[in-house]
Design a protein around this ligand. Sequence first.
Ligand SMILES: [Zn+2]
Length: 138
Amino acid sequence: MSAAGETVAAEIVSALVAVRARAYSPYSNHPVGAMVESDSGARYFGANVEVAHYKGLCAEASAIAAMVSAGERRLRHVYVIGPGEHPCTPCGDCRQRIREFADAETRIHVVDARGRLLKRYSMEELLPDAFGPENLSH
Ligand SMILES: [Zn+2]
C-alpha cells in the first residue's frame, strides 16, 4: 500500500493537474482530478463537478463515466490528485464504483502535483471484502 519515495511519470502528473484545474468546486473549494486507464491502454479523465444541492460528482466517478461511455469496462489504473499535498484518497462511494470495474490487477494511485506517489492500493486494500457484481445471485 505504501509508496514512499516513488514518483509518477511527468506526463501523467501534468494531465492530472490540467484536469484538476477544470474542476467545478465552488462549494468545497476542493478541486480533484482523476485519470483512469482501461485495459486497452486508453486514458479517460474526470474532475469533480459540484452542484448547489451538494450532491456533486467526484472526479473518479467522472473519469469512470467517460470510460464506460467510450465502451470500455475494465480498469487497469486509477490516478487521483487533490488540491494539496495530503493524500486525496477515493471516498467510499468511489471505492465501490471503482470496484465495479476493477480486478485483482487494478491499482489505485494517489499523487500530488510534484509527482510524488503518496499512496498506491490494490482493490482489496482499498475496499476489503467488497460486495461486487459476482455477489449478486440471479
Ligand atoms: Zn468520491
